[in-house]
Write a protein of this length. Structure first.
Lengths: 308, 308
């Protein structure tokens, strides 16, 4: 069995290859997926499993200890590994560092969403939130849409946004700038990628310009959302996976429960889009993509690394 | 993270230490457990998770490909690993070979059942079935009840029983013998350990002598059972875990559904027995122990190996 460390996974990432892996995975028979979530106090233990006929099977087991960030010295709040199995023989093939695989999977997921849905001439990327995921997300978006010329970064604490902007400039050579007024930047953006820990919408739909692509990454619980009903009403709605978003993540679950949107308003997930479902119809459309994740996406990414 | 191979786990096993680990684990707060089972055709992918406050967390992910035994060359039908996490920090501590851990856990489970329930002067062990588990089960029973003087082994194909008897003699020095007539051996046995793949009862309760301890290992699906209703009616009934047996394994599930026994007839599981629940009341009692397994038992065994 190969042991793939975080360093090995994150060295010279080929975003196009990861997107190709996701596309290939969605052309295979639909994934069987299942989660086991155990909780004690504010801590969680999550085992996510997937099996795709012809591709393989995997389980990612992680502890989620939010209080770890307050330890001295601070410890990672998410720790664990993904184990991937060969479809033909059932043999264990590879053990991947869980947090690194998750970062790459999440960013590649958003990149594919943009490649399928954003305008091909998109020039300005607005990154909302400057947490751990922001760097990989910006890199992945730049790879998915090479027309991008500039990155604006907004964060609750501007200092972190400025640091990330400097890092992005250094690593990619692209023009990057921290901003303090989110509402002023929203109408300027061609692509907005949001990865905050917000419970309440941070992006006002009324401010969006025609043609914008919204990539929503941050919300991952039934109570979290990053955009308001106005954004949902103005946009063509998509997701990476119906199964992991509609009934599980507040971004769609809350407006569905309240009747602000119907299930049929979420037009397609990756299975549909890869199979030819209509995404963007014209340059004026606002497209909204919810990145919700799922063990089947982890499996497709793990398959790429285990077989490269 | 420690990588513990099958060879490392199975080298000079200390059965008493494994039993002590199970006892200690059952004195801790009750385990949170959960399974994810995915199926395709006759093949299964199973991820079993447990979390015990103060002890740690683990997930065991295994593929179960029954058809692997027909491959040329034959492949193992169960393959995978257990990953164990530190309770205090959430960090991954150890990766254990799944099939080896399962063999040791299963045998230690039966050993503890015998230590808690069989007669202290038991002399004759009857092993029913000579599959992969039979060797470790016999060794564990010998460790749990040092009064044992002789082992009889019955198997559908006698040749395999003879081979195992020779192995046991060589490895343990104890008198071991293959037999062809199961019904003749049953009344002679002080302890009967059954590990068959039978769907239908192989052990007739009417043949049991007073004082016998029945250790039932083989049945693991809702349709499997190894003893008949007569055995259940004559015995004091126990299990390693109420949670993994009563509603999940045919041994108790079928007679419960048919009204042959009531839930209250299953008197205690390991949590109760370790806490002082009455097991055997006198030397004439027949005791029946269903070994059903469960991720919490895997966790206790993994904790032993990760911390030794």
């Amino acid at each position: 069995m190969q042991i793939l460390t975080a360093e090995m996974l994150e060295k010279s990432v080929d975003w196009q290859a990861l997107m190709d892996g996701l596309i290939a995975g969605h052309k295979m028979p639909k994934a069987h997926i299942g989660d086991t979530l155990l909780e004690q106090g504010g801590r969680k233990f999550l085992a996510r499993s997937a099996w795709i006929e012809g591709l393989g099977a995997c389980t990612k087991a992680v502890t989620i200890y939010p209080d770890n960030s307050q330890q001295k010295p601070a410890l990672p709040s998410v720790q664990g590994h993904l184990i991937m199995f060969d479809e033909a023989t059932g043999a264990p093939l590879a053990l991947l560092d869980g947090p690194a695989e998750t970062r790459l999977k999440t960013a590649a997921d958003s990149a594919l969403g943009s490649a399928l849905l954003s305008r091909q001439d998109a020039e300005l990327l607005l990154m909302v939130g400057a947490g751990n995921m922001a760097g990989p997300l910006i890199e992945a978006h730049l790879a998915a849409r090479p027309s991008l010329q500039k990155v604006l970064i907004w964060n609750r604490t501007e200092k972190r946004a400025a640091q990330l902007a400097a890092d992005i400039k250094r690593l990619t050579g692209i023009d990057a700038e921290a901003i303090s007024e989110l509402d002023e930047a929203i109408p300027e953006a061609d692509i907005i990628c949001s990865a905050t820990m917000s419970e309440k919408p941070v992006i006002k739909g009324a401010l969006l310009s025609k043609g914008t692509h919204l990539d929503l990454v941050g919300a991952y619980t039934p109570t979290m959302r990053e955009v308001d009903n106005k954004a949902l009403a103005r946009a063509r709605l998509f997701a990476d996976s119906f199964d992991t978003t509609l009934d599980h993540i507040g971004e769609y679950k809350i407006p569905l429960q309240r009747g602000a949107i119907q299930r049929s308003d979420v037009l397609a997930d990756f299975y549909g889009l890869v199979d030819g479902a209509k995404g963007r119809l014209d340059d004026d459309d606002i497209t909204l993509f919810k990145n919700g994740g799922g063990a089947h996406l982890d499996l497709m990414i793990a398959h790429h690394f285990a077989n490269q």
